[in-house]
Design a protein around this ligand. Structure first.
Ligand SMILES: [Zn+2]
Length: 115
């Protein structure tokens, strides 16, 4: 009886190089996967850009930074900017609220074709 060598070798799963998600939904234009994040560890910076509305964001990275981190940083930054803007926005001063002039009575336009 010959010993049959049973090949227990599992077929190696074709390891596709599957990088982590680097595209995200844009906060501003809400397009799916329009935001891409490029992490340049050599330079130590990451760049985020929306190809639809051209929003940009840049941040420093370390060896642990993933694109998703940049994306969430961007969300925070956008959020903070939004808050700042709403603080700066002065409430409409009461003095500037002038009464609207009465709308002129709408003249019925005479473009009925009575041919
Ligand atoms: Zn966008």
């Amino acid at each position: 009886m010959g010993k049959r060598k049973k090949s227990s070798r599992k077929p190696a799963p074709s390891r596709k190089k599957d990088p982590l998600d680097t595209t995200f939904t844009c906060l501003f234009c809400h397009h799916d996967s329009s935001v891409s994040v490029k992490v340049d560890r050599k330079e130590g910076i990451a760049q985020l850009v929306c190809k639809i509305c051209d929003q940009r964001y840049q941040s420093k990275v370390n060896h642990l930074t993933e694109p998703i981190d940049i994306y969430s940083e961007w969300i925070d930054a956008a959020d903070a900017a939004e808050k700042e803007r709403s603080v700066q926005r002065r409430p409409a001063a009461a003095s500037s609220s002038r009464p609207r002039p009465a709308a002129p009575p709408s003249i019925p336009s005479d473009d009925e074709d009575d041919d």
